[in-house]
Design a protein around this ligand. Structure first.
Ligand code: ADP
Ligand code: MG
Ligand code: MG
Length: 898
């Protein structure tokens, strides 16, 4: 097996790169694209990449090197030394390298990188000699010890930061740059001391010299330990969490890139920066990014110093040339990758070096805009444009925004780093954000700047607010990736994380933990108090992409809605009908009393009166629904849940009786409540979800379906008379044997015929069934003889196929199953292959029984892109999902057809 691949040029200037961009699974994203950039002639500092497979082999052998791997690495290291004409650790002219992680999928900032490797007490002299800049050299050495100790040895970075602060205090220095070369040299000695005191001799016996742990002087030892640490970082907790969050497999491993160092910190003609070839927030075609003069590595993203916008670069003295070249590189990259790219670069004494590129992360709005613009520019096809937008991401666009009519005071402004608005309690640490979310409250995470350790808190928070860092800072990048609103770089915000409060400079306003705040990541606005949020209109770009998706898709998209507002909303989003109108929600509120009267009274007269009231109310409901969906099908499901859901809980009644008794309450009332409790108790079922519900209710209480069908038919007749075109369909839930459907179908047809003759209009109302029990799926040929349509209720079908009670298992063991990978994903979110098999069988058998059968899905899965693909392949006619998922389902269905 080939374990190491070279990239960049040799000593004669020939390209000796062995990899390319298609080899991400082997070289990781960073390594593959460093190779690609070298191949297309961009300036890349030479180096080599150790494969991801080597990482996995090393990890699965319990952190032991595969045979021969270290020899190969040594050969490539020697080759790199020849190519560079320098040797690592050389006392005269040393080669320094970075050791960089890089997984197949981009995991920004999740794993580790070590810079300036190869410095020791000898090579420092060579660096001083070559650069004639002792201050730079000592600063590089102290950075290296600090990074090595932190990343490779796991020491707390504060140990070193505190030493720097102490030194500054002693010297009366305001900032790091005020420290002299001698100061830095002294710091290096101190850092080595800190290393010796804090690294465990037991854990690292090979570092013990003369009885004490020493900072390793041998560059080969430094290199091996750094590579091992990068391998190890694949399994650090934050990387593991990130993978879980982003559905990235655990067995990919990370590659390691060993690359010759270039220096952005060699004075005023040196710089380092990050950039995007287009605006990743809104997709505009512009150069977007930040740089810092005389800085190294992560200084830009760490938000330590305030950065300058990339567009200014070519106007800065000494950087003009590199700035112009960079703009050419943007164009080269876009034409080559045919997509928006992000890049990391360093300018060393006026010379531009490319350190990284990849297809850039972007917001949903930017994804839409870029896809459409690139299609117009002829860079990509319409099909590609549709494929470029992640359906899940569309959710962001349908995110709430500040209500324009709301009254609020802006207390501060920052950068609009990730769009959407968020309202919640201010919290000042990731842990507090997690605690707040777990307690069921919404929060906004307020930080000086975030770092990868804050990830759990960022996920838990509604939005993120930082006082530092630019639009490419950690907070901004991660928030955009998650679709969370983010305002960053709010300089007026003086945060005291310890005391859990922040002051808005110049205003005297204090934000304390628990205070409600609102942020708008679209505009960069910060507000004290909770602002009213509203949903945005569909943007032009979204419309365009969805129309393109509609051109390709063959799967219909309907919505699940049970009131006219939701129906209208889904229609605006492009729903082609209602796939599921639940009627149980129509029995809540004021009407709960009526249905309770029906359930609890044996007296036929009282019952009939209650049903009469319900009939009137339901007719009104359906009038509203059918009117909103005029001309489009509306599938109404007859009452489905167990009746006790409409009754009071016996436990609450018990408590109330006890209270009445203790306070000497009215005897008669107590007796009445007792009776009620006994009645309710008598109706209780051990497994209500498998009990008296669905079509079984209609068989036991035929008066219920009779009433509901009458309401549907009456509303339909009335609208027809008004000249509208209502298209209701009646759906019978939870059928397991054909006879159930046959019986209830007859009830429905009789009532429809009655209403038609009473009203004097022709009514053609199809009757179908839900397929949500395995027995129904496997006998679908027979059931279909009684059905005009099937709708697969994949929520219940998943419950009944697995024997999982959804309400219980999702909290109890499914999380553990997912963590241990006993299940690859939650089957209630994405359709399970076993359940999909039943759906497929149901569709095929169903068409045998009734060739005209229309088949759809109305479970939660109808709005899940992966499931939509499966349903497309099965050949369903449509999916039905919640109104907000309709745009997403349209896009996913379009993609499934491509
Ligand atoms: P990440 O994956 O977290 O972005 P990188 O491996 O890209 O980590 O390293 C972070 C930063 O370190 C880079 O953006 C770059 O500024 C700096 N860096 C890495 N390698 C080199 C190098 N060979 N020369 C100069 N700077 C480097
Ligand atoms: Mg990077
Ligand atoms: Mg169901």
């Amino acid at each position: 097996v080939k374990r190491v691949y070279a990239f960049g040029k040799d000593a004669e200037g020939n390209n000796v790169t062995e990899g390319n961009t298609s080899m991400k699974a082997i070289l990781g994203g960073k390594g593959a694209n460093l190779a690609e950039m070298a191949n297309i002639g961009l300036p890349v500092p030479p180096g080599f990449t150790i494969t991801c497979q080597t990482c996995m082999e090393y990890a699965s052998a319990g952190n032991a090197w595969p045979e021969g791997a270290l020899d190969t690495i040594q050969a490539y290291r020697e080759d790199l030394e020849r190519r560079m004409g320098k040797r690592i650790g050389d006392a005269d002219d040393p080669l320094l390298v970075s050791v960089r992680s890089g997984a197949p999928m981009s995991m920004p900032g999740m794993m580790d990188t070590v810079l300036n490797l190869g410095l020791n007490d000898q090579s420092i002299n060579g660096l001083i000699k070559q650069t004639d800049n002792p201050r730079f050299a000592w600063d590089s050495y102290r950075r290296f010890i600090q990074m090595f100790s932190n990343v490779v040895m796991g020491l707390d970075g504060d140990l070193f930061e505190n030493a720097i602060t102490a030194m500054k205090n002693v010297r009366g220095a305001a900032s790091d740059t005020d420290l002299t070369s001698e100061d830095l040299q002294e710091l290096v000695a101190e850092f080595k001391q800190i290393f010796s005191e804090n690294v465990s001799a037991e854990a690292h016996p090979s570092l013990v010299v003369d009885g004490i742990v020493q900072f390793p002087q041998d560059p080969m030892v430094q290199l091996r330990l750094a590579i091992e640490a990068v391998f190890g970082s694949w399994n650090n907790p934050r990387a593991t969490l990130y993978r879980k969050q982003n559905k990235i497999a655990d067995d990919l491993g990370t590659a390691v890139n060993v690359q010759s160092m270039v220096f952005g910190n060699k004075g005023d003609t040196s710089a380092t920066g990050v950039a995007f070839t287009r605006n990743p927030a809104n997709g505009e075609k512009e150069f977007y990014g930040d740089y810092l003069v005389n800085a190294q590595g992560e200084d830009v993203v760490a938000g330590i110093r305030n950065t300058s916008p990339i567009a200014e670069l070519k106007h800065v003295e000494g950087l003009e040339e590199a700035g112009r070249e960079l703009e050419e590189v943007f164009v080269t990259l876009e034409n080559h990758f045919r997509d928006m790219c992000d890049i990391e670069f360093t300018i060393e004494q006026g010379k531009l070096w490319m350190l990284q590129t990849r297809v850039g992360k972007r917001t949903a709005a930017a994804a839409l805009h870029i896809a459409i613009e690139m299609e117009k520019e002829g860079l990509i096809s319409k099909e590609e444009a549709v494929m470029r937008v992640d359906p899940e991401q569309l959710d962001q666009l349908l995110h709430p925004q500040f209500d324009k009519n709301a009254d609020y005071d802006v207390i501060a402004k920052g950068l609009n780093a990730s769009p959407g608005a968020a309202v919640g309690e201010a919290v000042f640490s990731a842990a507090d954000a997690v605690a707040c979310a777990e307690a069921g409250r919404k929060c906004v995470l307020v930080r000086w700047e975030t770092n990868p350790d804050d990830l759990a808190g960022m996920i838990a928070a509604e939005g993120i607010l930082t006082s530092h860092g630019g639009k490419t800072s950690h907070a901004a990048v991660i928030a955009r990736g998650m679709g969370a609103p983010c305002v960053c770089g709010v300089e007026a915000l003086k945060i005291d994380a310890e005391r859990k409060q922040a002051v808005v400079a110049g205003t005297g306003i204090v934000i304390r933990e628990g205070d409600m705040i609102s942020i708008d990541g679209t505009t960069g606005t910060v507000v004290l108090g909770a602002v009213e949020l509203v949903l945005p209109e569909m943007t032009g770009d979204l419309d365009t992409i969805l129309e393109w998706a509609d051109e390709f898709r063959t799967l219909g998209v309907r919505a699940n809605a049970d009131n006219p507002e939701d129906a209208q909303l889904s229609r605006n989003f492009g729903a082609e009908g209602i796939g599921l109108c639940r009627t149980e929600h129509m029995f809540l509120g004021d009407r709960k009393r009526i249905i309770q009267t029906f359930i609890l009274n044996e007296d036929e007269v009282v019952r009939e009166r209650a049903v009469g009231e319900l009939l009137e109310a339901q007719t009104g409901d359906f009038l509203g629904m059918f009117r909103a969906m005029d001309g489009l099908p509306v599938i109404v499901r007859l009452l489905d849940p167990p009746l006790h859901e409409f009754l009071e809980s016996p436990r609450a009644l018990d408590v109330e009786i006890a209270r009445l008794e203790a306070t000497g309450g009215d005897k008669e009332e107590i007796a009445r409540k007792r009776l009620l409790m006994e009645q309710i108790d008598g109706m209780s079922e051990a497994n209500p979800m498998l009990g008296l519900r669905g079509c079984r209710l209609g068989i036991v209480y035929p008066i219920l379906p009779t009433m509901q069908v009458r309401a549907i038919a009456t509303a339909c007749a009335q609208l027809k008379k008004e000249g509208l075109d209502p298209k209701p369909e009646i759906m019978i839930p939870l059928v397991s044997v054909t006879a159930e459907l046959e019986k209830l179908r007859r009830v429905a047809e009789d009532v429809i015929a009655q209403v038609a003759s009473e009203e004097g209009v022709e009514l053609d109302i199809p009757v179908g069934t839900m397929i949500e029990l395995p027995r129904a799926a496997v006998t679908a040929d027979e059931i279909a003889t009684q059905a005009d349509f099937f709708s697969f209720g994949t929520n219940d079908l998943t419950q009944t196929t697995f024997g999982f009670s959804r309400d219980d298992v999702e909290a109890e063991f499914v999380p553990q199953y997912l963590a241990e990978r006993l299940l690859p994903f939650n089957p209630f979110a994405t359709i399970d292959p076993g359940v999909a098999k039943l759906v497929k069988m149901g569709v095929e058998l169903g068409h045998k029984g009734n060739p005209d059968l229309v088949c759809g899905v109305c479970g939660e899965h109808g709005g899940d892109p992966d499931s939509v693909r499966t349903f497309h392949q099965i050949g369903l006619d449509y999916v039905s999902c919640s109104p907000y998922r309709v745009p997403l389902a349209r896009l996913a269905a379009g993609q499934a057809a491509l």
